[in-house]
Design a protein around this ligand. Structure first.
Ligand code: PLP
Length: 482
């Protein structure tokens, strides 16, 4: 069947779906329609977002949503789970094949959930319990209430080390707004103040001194590749488990752009990810582990997760099958190539980038240095011009984590839409035009505001019109006509 046939069928399916929903709740049907219209007409540079395929999207809305299936494949607490077993096994098999993992656990509902499952897995597998072992207890699942009391103290006394937030780490890597910051004694590694890059010698010294149980690799806003082979070496020196959260760059691992020392699955004992960012799947999470952690990770539900969302696991299976195709390798190459073009386009027009460039899918623009703006002002001015980005801290950010001095840009979504180097150079030029034409406004007290700004008359509208031209030339879901 040709693509045209599939697009026509998707159009029929979506029209029918919206009619059925609209008959019960017209506001929701209209919001769904509007969301597509908005996504079609905005220049999406949010580094953590993408556009899933129609096959992936269509896999989510079905009868699997009605099924309870706590437990794992073949070992459920509910009856009648044979079809859930089929989709969970398919998603796990696809993930294992795609990433070369020993074992995949595909139930986590999101990236945060995947990290919580991973931490629990490592704690239960790694924390030594000599008192309990002397009593003949082999697994946390055999513990009495008194034993649990002993273990609670041991679990609560463990250390973990991840990347600091202002260097690009994620809240789930041991920071207070997330449970990980309360479960563990935490210490972070940062980046070199001059180069903005991870300094592995400094990391090694910190790890030797702090001796974490878990060393976490991975990031949300670091525009460079990471040497996971080196991180494993460092972790091994103190007997730490290396866990990598590849949520952001899983698509670049799947597309075989990050190989050798840069492949987290080849080096970390535990790897977590989301499935909806550069991997271009449904919203959700996964944990990939070496054999020795397999039994523990499979206890994620009901230990820390609610019942698995079988409809989302079906969509994960579909998206992972897509990521196994050769075209996904080309996609990953284009994502990184486009990020380089965007970075170079910004720098040649005078912008300052954290680390002076990129070699992944992220560009971190320092809007304080050259444009004199806060991240908040830059984010708002760009949105007025139809360019959607998000503000982000930069290392040692003078404006803190609310106003920030940075803008994070990412190429996965627009690359899915077909944008190439010409388009990304044009995008760089439009961003610089908007930021150059934006000035800091004053507060009622006459001091410079960190939120208010003024923008040259007519500039936002003109840039908006240019973004529309770019978007019209690269339509989202071409052939889907609602
Ligand atoms: N891990 C990293 C590195 C992330 O960047 C994010 C989200 O931005 C998450 C985890 C959390 O993912 P989710 O929003 O699916 O819980």
């Amino acid at each position: 069947m040709s693509d045209i046939d599939l697009n026509e069928q998707a159009t029929i399916a979506y029209r029918a779906m919206l009619n059925v929903i609209g008959a019960t709740e017209p506001t929701v049907a209209q919001a769904i329609r509007q969301e597509l219209a908005d996504q079609r007409t905005s220049l999406k540079l949010i580094a953590s977002e993408n556009y899933a395929s129609l096959a992936t999207l269509l896999s989510m809305g079905n009868w699997f949503s009605d099924k309870y299936a706590e437990g794992t494949i073949g070992h459920r607490f509910y009856a009648g789970c044979q079809n859930v077993d089929t989709v969970e096994a398919e998603a796990a098999r696809n993930a294992e094949e795609l990433f070369g993992a020993d074992h995949a656990y595909v139930q986590p509902h999101s990236g945060i959930d995947a990290n919580l499952v991973a931490y629990w897995t490592i704690l239960t597998h790694r924390v030594e319990t000599p008192d309990l072992e002397a009593k003949g207890v082999r697994s946390v699942n055999d513990l009495s209430e008194d034993d649990w009391e002993t273990l609670r103290h041991q679990f609560g006394d463990q250390r973990m080390m991840g990347m600091s937030l202002d260097a690009g780490g994620h809240l789930t890597h041991g920071f207070r707004p997330n449970i990980s910051g309360r479960m563990f004694h935490q210490h972070s590694y940062g980046t070199d103040p001059t180069t903005g890059l991870i300094d592995y010698d400094v990391m090694r010294a910190q790890v030797r001194e702090f001796k974490p149980l878990i060393l976490v690799g991975g990031y949300s806003a670091y525009p460079r590749r990471v040497n996971f082979a080196k991180m494993r070496e460092i972790a091994d020196e103190v007997g730490a488990t290396l866990m990598v959260d590849m949520a952001h760059f899983a698509g670049l691992v799947a597309g075989k752009l990050f190989t050798g020392d840069e492949d987290p699955v080849a080096h970390a004992q535990v790897v977590t990810t989301t499935t909806h960012k550069s991997l271009r799947g449904p919203r959700g999470g996964m944990v990939l582990v070496e054999h020795e952690f397999a039994d523990d990770v499979d206890r994620g539900c009901p230990m820390v997760l609610g019942g698995p969302l079988a409809n989302m696991m079906a969509a994960k299976a579909v998206a992972l099958a897509e990521a196994k195709q050769p075209s996904f390798r080309e996609y990953a190459r284009n994502v990184a190539g486009n990020a380089k073009t965007l970075a170079e386009g910004l720098m040649k027009r005078g912008a300052t980038l954290v680390t002076g460039g990129t070699d992944n899918h992220i560009v971190l623009l320092d809007v304080g240095s050259n444009f004199g703006l806060t991240g908040r002002q830059a984010e708002s001015a760009l949105i007025e011009a139809g360019i959607v980005t998000n503000r982000n801290s930069i290392p040692a950010d003078p404006n803190g984590s609310w106003y920030t001095s940075g803008i994070r840009l990412g190429t996965p979504a627009l690359t899915s839409r077909g944008f190439g180097t010409d388009e990304f150079d044009r995008v760089a030029s439009l961003i610089c035009e908007v930021l150059s034409g934006t000035s800091v406004a004053t507060t009622a007290k006459g001091t410079p505001s960190k939120a208010k700004y003024t923008i040259t008359d007519g500039l936002a509208a003109r840039v908006h019109a240019e973004t529309e031209e770019l978007l019209d030339a690269n339509p989202l879901y071409p052939g889907l006509d609602l």
